[in-house]
Design a protein around this ligand. Structure first.
Ligand code: CDP
Length: 208
């Protein structure tokens, strides 16, 4: 069983993915962390973000079992991740590791930008999770402040707009709903309502 969750930054798909994985007894991979981990390693070593060969060699050494969002959550790393995510050969490398992850155990919940369209086109259920830019900026600001990280709502809102634009207009694997994805707009939903709505969608898809 594969559940694919895609959507823009801070749409709530990460929290939803964790809840769904626990509910169905599936593994969970936040594919954004794979891009973030490569970006963070490049930044830490002072390496360029535009060099595909260097980025691929970093990706090959990634340990998918030790990706920790709390270490990779900074705004700067998210921005750098979106910049390296336009590199096609790097994407190929990460996508093949992500597909392998999905084959383990009973299956997995994967969340990202291109899960339903590219990584797992045959997923059991595909959800495209969105929320208004303002709701997403508020959630991201609260999330960072909650972790004691400095965050300014207006800066975050303009960053989200820029990142959404870059993610949805890039040539390779742009952010967009798969044709057979179910839209879930969480603007007015708390996490419990979003979880319930997602389970209903998944149960319907499983019966097909
Ligand atoms: O948590 P947030 O939504 O801010 O971002 P993320 O999921 O951690 O992803 C960071 C960046 O990685 C995104 O802006 C995308 O450019 C890229 N990404 C991607 O291209 N494909 C994925 N499957 C996941 C992330």
């Amino acid at each position: 069983m594969i559940i694919a969750l895609d959507g823009p930054a801070a749409s709530g798909k990460g929290t939803l993915a964790r809840r769904l994985a626990a509910h169905y007894g599936l593994n969970h991979l936040d594919t954004g962390l794979t891009y973030r981990a490569v970006a963070a390693a490049l930044l830490a070593q002072g390496l360029p973000l535009g060099d595909e060969e260097i980025a691929i060699s970093v990706a090959k050494h990634l340990d998918f079992t030790s990706l920790d969002r709390s270490l990779l959550s900074s705004h700067e790393v998210g921005e750098a991740a979106s910049r390296i995510a336009v590199l096609s050969k790097l994407r190929e490398e990460l996508v093949s590791l992500q597909r392998e992850f999905g084959k383990k155990g009973n299956g997995a919940v994967l969340d990202g930008r291109d899960i339903g369209t590219v990584v797992c086109p045959d997923a059991t259920a595909k959800l495209y999770v969105t929320a208004s830019p303002e709701a997403r900026a508020k959630r991201r600001t609260d999330e960072l402040l909650g972790k004691g990280i400095e965050a300014d709502y207006n800066d975050i809102l303009s960053d989200l707009h820029r990142r959404d634009l870059r993610d949805s207009t890039r040539e390779d694997s742009p952010l967009k709903p798969a044709e057979d994805a179910h839209l879930l707009d969480t603007t007015e939903m708390d996490i419990d309502s979003a979880f319930k709505a997602a389970v209903e969608i998944i149960e319907r898809a499983r019966k097909l």
